[in-house]
Design a protein around this ligand. Structure first.
Ligand code: ZN
Length: 117
C-alpha cells in the first residue's frame, strides 16, 4: 500500500530531523542548557519563526518549549529576571507592590553563553 510507505517515510524523516536537531547541542536545551533525553523531555523548537527549515529548529527541553510557545527569542528573553522565569502571576504580584522589572534586564540563553564552560 502506497499510503503505508508514505507514513513510514514520514516517520523516518521525523526521526532523522529529531536526531539532527538533538545533536546541535548534544541534547542540551538551547535556552536553559539542561541535558535532555531524546525519549523523555526533548522537544524541537522553532527558534524565531514558524519556518520548518532545519536551521530554524533547535533542541529544547519540554518546560522551555511549553513556556516559549510562539514567542520570539527577544520576547522570551524579557520573561526572565536574574535567570529566573517570571510568570504572569509573579508580574501581577510585583505590580500590586508597585515593583517594576529592571529595564536593563538582559537574560542570556544557553546558546549565547560560553559553551566551553
Ligand atoms: Zn530548557
Amino acid at each position: 500500500m502506497p499510503g503505508l510507505n508514505l507514513d513510514e517515510n514520514q516517520k523516518e524523516t521525523k526521526g532523522k530531523i529529531k536526531s539532527i536537531v538533538w545533536s546541535k547541542s548534544n541534547g542540551k536545551c538551547w535556552y536553559c542548557g539542561i541535558q535532555t533525553n531524546p525519549f523523555k523531555n526533548f522537544s524541537i523548537d522553532h527558534s524565531n519563526s514558524r519556518s520548518s527549515n532545519i536551521s530554524n529548529l533547535v533542541p529544547c527541553c519540554k518546560s522551555c518549549n511549553t513556556i516559549k510557545r510562539g514567542m520570539t527569542i527577544e520576547q522570551f528573553r524579557t520573561k526572565f529576571v536574574d535567570g529566573k522565569y517570571i510568570t504572569k502571576q509573579d508580574l501581577r504580584t510585583l505590580e500590586k507592590f508597585g515593583v517594576g522589572l529592571p529595564t536593563n534586564n538582559y537574560h542570556k540563553f544557553w546558546f549565547e553563553r560560553d559553551k566551553k564552560k
